[in-house]
Design a protein around this ligand. Sequence first.
Ligand SMILES: Cc1cc2nc3c(=O)[nH]c(=O)nc-3n(C[C@H](O)[C@H](O)[C@H](O)COP(=O)(O)O)c2cc1C
Length: 380
Amino acid sequence: MTFLNVEEYRRKARRLLPRFVFDYLDGGSEDEVALKENRRAFEAIKMTPRLLNNVSVRDQSVEWFGQRLPMPIVIAPTGLNGLYRRDGDILLARAASRLGIPFTLSTASNNSIEDVAKASNGDLWFQLYVMNRDFADQLVDRALAADFSHLVLTVDVAMGGKRERDERNNFVMPFRFRPRTIADILCHPRWLWDVGRYGAPSMANLATDMVTDPNTQAALLSRKMDASFDWDDLKRLRDRWPRRLLVKGLLHPDDAKRAIALGVDAVVVSNHGGRQLDIAPAPIDALPRFSIVNAPIIVDSGIRRGSDIVKAISLGASAVMIGRAALFGLAVGGEQGVVEVIELLGREIDRTQALLGTRELVRPTSGAFLPDARGALGAD
Ligand SMILES: Cc1cc2nc3c(=O)[nH]c(=O)nc-3n(C[C@H](O)[C@H](O)[C@H](O)COP(=O)(O)O)c2cc1C
């Protein structure tokens, strides 16, 4: 079956997954205002085509610290990927490697740092949650030893967001099966065969003798981070990790400037896909204010179309992260499903470029396609 767009993959994933799994993937926090806002904000942005340019050859590659990415996409870190497919992290990493784009492994992954490194020869980034500092140091050292190229510190999880769908489904830790959940699982035989029969996937990065503190696993499962982590700790992390360091989850440009001044290499403007602070603005709306930041910016949250990615680059992003879009592909078709979703986004980027009249992804300085704040077209 051919899926025409990301939304069709989403609908198929909804049919294939038990309700509590789909809701965990798809849901946001509280009233899901930020989740909806992420889409509304992208849809509100209009771009005006400039025509009669020769657009017979088009290029969507971008530069990232001297490296060429064939498309401006990084797979975002997402926890519990083993819920959709067995070895979900490895499948995502392999898909990314086939496409030549980076994959970000979450601290809350179901395949370990070492196993993902062994299974993929692509560009691997590691996302760090700090539940306790000693364990965070161990994770950083392991990611370094396993040759991950970038460390992404997520800072918007001082506490877990209030995910009411998960609470309603009783998908909270410690997880206890209720009769309704069991009935739901039995109605999804493909999922039961691939995932369910092995029981709940474990947090593989924590399944090691190195984790001496029994509270760490519980803290990660309930997304209870070390809320005392601050700028001094970021400085310490900068000193410990010698490769590229990103901070993910910023929405204020002054925070980004401060992080860059501390030696951070780039930032991810994100509201965690609407899963944390429900009153947060859409990152794509916040993005233009980051023009004062002298470093590459990645933006995420709400990307479902190639045209969203063209908009993000035009507003100043160097690349985007995609979370759910890749996971819908994973749930529907495993590694191949992820490749297909991202190739679909690539074709949409290409068509948008052709229709806008641009051979390359344009930077905000060109001002050629986006109306300015008053709705007038900027000068060329
Ligand atoms: C199911 C799920 C799990 C996630 N887990 C993590 C995580 O472990 N670490 C993290 O930094 N962000 C996590 N995120 C946020 C993503 O990295 C990303 O910011 C978000 O998904 C982007 O929005 P999108 O899903 O609309 O593309 C998660 C998102 C989802 C949907």
